[in-house]
Design a protein around this ligand. Sequence first.
Ligand code: IPD
Ligand code: CA
Ligand code: CA
Length: 264
Amino acid sequence: MNLEHICNQVCSLSKEVGLFIKTERTSNKNIHIEVKGIHDFVTYVDKTAEQKLVDGLSKILPEAGYIAEENTSTKKGEKYNWIIDPLDGTTNFIHGLPPYAISIALMENDQIILGVVYEISLDECFYAWHDSPAFLNGEIIKVSDKKDLKSSLIATGFPYYDYKRIKPFLESLEFFMVNSHGVRRLGSAATDLVYVACGRFEAFYEYSLSPWDVAAGAFIVQQAGGKVSDFKGEKNYIFGKEIVACNNFVFDEFLVSVKQFMER
Ligand code: IPD
Ligand code: CA
Ligand code: CA
């Protein structure tokens, strides 16, 4: 299987569907919003984008199945499955605010072997495949070389349904506000992750995420030389609903700090 070729095809498809998403945003149409749950929105743009992605991906790798946020296809692949978020950052999109992105990962058995995150508003395509470096629009990217937490810029997301852990989470925010360069909440977990991969952020953590939010971005962080784990420092970060991603220098110090609040 030529993963580089498949990756190029997935990047082209993402840009094509990204153009559809961007055009819908700027066309002055009334974007009808459905409410999936508290603070959880979906629009016809999310659903149509996912249908276009599934149609395109089924031509690229016909035997693969899907884990897709809007459930366009429930086909399960024996060996290969695409993990898709057709629009990560729907709330930003609805409000006309960047960033928002398409996130696509390819899983072989239970290993991610390819990831593409296309951030639509800045036209930035981040991608990697098994054994490749990570790329941004054709250029190799690497995680930052900042050495400690106090010189790190940190990204996170705010939980919008699991409020049981909100207290320790808010305490962790206070700690990072005081002990780092600052904390940002962009509203697209896939974008947060690829910004770690290219060194704009040193670290990212969030809980209550789904596989389609993190699968591609977490893979790209690792191909860019970074480290990823769940809050215990273990490997259950795709399906385990919690993730830490970091440059390799800051990882241990950052994980200890996250654990101190979120694992007590
Ligand atoms: C959301 C974004 C956001 C994160 C939420 C996700 P969606 O994805 O990634 O940054 O904080 O937890 O659900 O709903 O816009 O695809
Ligand atoms: Ca998402
Ligand atoms: Ca989404």
